[in-house]
Write a protein that binds this ligand. Structure first.
Ligand SMILES: *Cc1c(COP(=O)(O)O)cnc(C)c1O
Length: 367
């Protein structure tokens, strides 16, 4: 069965958008600065501005942003970073690769890092908190920042899924000491390939991250410490500059679909909720149900592409199993119940109703 409702549609089929992106590419072809061209600095400034931060550093991916953030903070093998048990695995990998220890905390019903769980896990070796704004909902940053202040911890936001999401009027990325974004093609602000961004107000952190971004070299002469090549392509920066003005409209459309789903499905499945202070970006619209796998199959048979985004908790992955510290009973309960419905700006109202009808029919047929 072909997909009547694809999970996402990444093709660039809007003529105006295509023309803008091709213009951006030609601009780079004309000046020839393929690495760290002027568009990179411009994008760094625009994203930093949008997130109320002083400095931006364009990098090759969200994973790279997280890795460089933890390296720039300068954590060692004994140092612990508290991460939520549920995230894309890059969150934990960045901590491990940078030489520190991830400690896995529980999530709340918002699917985000639970401040209560964090409190029970903070110990003498804890150096940082790494909240993930999962699904595009900003974490309870007030509570988390209070814990961080009490224990002198660095806060690194993994805002990969949450560009332009807000809490209490403040955008994702504006809360922590450092914020990391992914602009891979699936994210709300998408590149046409890999891209990411690191933000901070701290001048010494941005300087260190910048040195680490290119092999730890200072002025291409002296290697201060081992680094990587984690630079963003000028081409991606140039195209992202063209896409940046569209983000608000993209999120608005997703929020409309989310609202419709909420109206039509709340009686059947667990639905993402928003408090009045929250404005989610809906990177995913993630429902919960004990009949997840059968519902998934039912939707597939009707041409609706739902997705199980992260089928395992990070500490359940082979790379972490056995060696991982933490406590996350709520996450263990939830992980087998989560399913993401299609929720993207290219969906028309008819498709939204198809999804609703298919979900309703599953439960009405007595499953
Ligand atoms: C996408 C994502 C990343 C990694 O981003 P890449 O650009 O794919 O490397 C990290 N953390 C979370 C929560 C993500 O969703």
């Amino acid at each position: 069965m072909t997909n009547k409702v694809p999970f996402l549609d990444l093709r660039i089929d809007d003529d105006k958008e295509r023309e803008q992106l091709l213009d951006a590419v030609e601009g780079v072809f004309d000046h020839g600065q393929f690495i760290l061209g002027p568009e990179v600095a411009e994008l760094e400034e625009m994203i930093a501005d949008a997130c109320n931060k002083q400095h931006g550093l364009g990098v090759g991916s969200g994973t790279t942003a997280l890795y460089l953030a933890i390296r720039a903070v300068g954590l060692g093998p004994q140092d612990e970073v508290i991460v939520p048990a549920l995230s894309w695995i890059a969150t934990a990998n960045a901590v491990s690769l940078a030489g520190a220890q991830p400690v896995f905390a529980d999530i709340g019903d918002d699917l985000n890092l639970d401040p209560e769980s964090v409190r029970t896990l903070v110990g003498p070796d804890t150096k940082a908190l790494l909240p993930v704004h999962y699904t595009g909902k900003v974490c309870k940053m007030g509570d988390l920042q209070e814990i961080a202040e009490d224990h002198n911890l660095t806060v690194i936001e993994d805002a990969s899924q949450a560009f332009a999401a807000r809490r209490a009027g403040r955008p994702a990325g504006s809360f922590g000491d450092i914020a990391c974004f992914s602009m891979n093609p699936m994210k709300v602000l998408p590149a046409t390939g890999e891209a990411g961004m690191l933000l901070t107000d701290d001048e010494s952190l941005i300087e260190r991250a910048e040195i680490l971004r290119y092999n730890g070299m200072i002025e291409r002469e002296l290697c201060q410490e081992p680094g990587i090549n984690g630079r963003i392509d000028t081409l991606q920066a140039a195209m992202l500059l063209k896409r940046l003005p569209r983000v608000e409209a993209v999120i608005e459309r997703r929020r409309e679909i989310a609202e419709r789903y909420r109206d039509a499905l709340s009686d059947l499945v667990g639905i993402p909720r928003e408090k009045p202070s929250e404005e989610d970006a809906y990177y995913t619209f993630t429902i919960r149900t004990g009949k997840r796998d059968n519902l998934h199959k039912h939707l597939k048979a009707r041409g609706i592409e739902a997705k199980i985004r992260d089928p395992y908790l990070m500490p359940q992955q082979p790379a972490y199993k056995g060696s991982s510290k933490g406590h996350y009973p709520n996450a263990e309960q939830l992980v087998d119940r989560l399913l993401c419905l299609p929720c993207h700006e290219k969906m028309d109202p008819e498709q939204t109703e198809l999804v609703i009808h298919a979900v309703r029919s599953f439960f009405e047929e007595g499953h």
